[in-house]
Design a protein around this ligand. Structure first.
Ligand SMILES: [Zn+2]
Ligand SMILES: [Zn+2]
Length: 175
């Protein structure tokens, strides 16, 4: 019998697109920036009874525009990141929008987010970090000790749990 574990499987694939921000949030960011410039120069400046120096207006309009644009990108990032962590993207996108004014939406998110969800390299079944085998397709995910069946790290010579000498490259046959 042969093990179907291979070292490349150490980096387990995520089935989601791994780009950090989706296209719609980049679009939102551009719209937010351009929109804010339009509001500033078409509405706020003409309405101001005491016109401010152009340099100052320009500085603030760009500063605030960049903040809105950045926040739109963060909403996209949270939406995507929540998905690959098995959290509700809709819920977290709404939370982010809700906390927009405070600017702390993504701080809350980073404090509360779940660890990354991993999936089986063969069948994409969701797996936990301590799984040695995929529960659906029996793909071996981690090298393990053939004595006590605890997982061992690649390159270990003895099992850290029972002291059994582990085969190099520390693999056992899948059964
Ligand atoms: Zn599988
Ligand atoms: Zn062992």
């Amino acid at each position: 019998m042969q093990t179907n574990y291979s070292p490349e499987q150490g980096t387990r694939g995520y089935k989601e697109d791994t780009r950090l921000v989706p296209w719609w949030s980049v679009l939102l960011a551009v719209c937010a920036f351009v929109g804010w410039q339009a509001i500033t120069f078409r509405i706020l400046v003409p309405l101001d009874p005491h016109p401010k120096p152009t340099a100052l207006v320009l500085f603030w309009s760009i500063f605030i525009g960049v903040f809105f644009a950045f926040y739109m990108l963060m909403i996209g990032y949270v939406n995507r990141d929540a998905k690959r962590r098995g959290m509700s993207p809709t819920f977290w996108t709404i939370i982010m929008l809700f906390l927009l004014a405070s600017g702390i939406g993504f701080i809350v998110y980073f404090l509360l987010r779940q660890p990354l969800v991993q999936s089986c390299p063969k069948c994409m079944e969701r797996i936990e970090p301590d799984f040695n085998f995929c529960p659906r397709c029996h793909c071996q995910l981690n090298a393990m000790c053939d004595e006590c069946h605890h997982s061992v790290r690649a390159g270990d010579i003895y099992c850290a749990h029972c002291g059994n000498a582990v085969e190099t490259p520390s693999l056992v046959r899948a059964r």
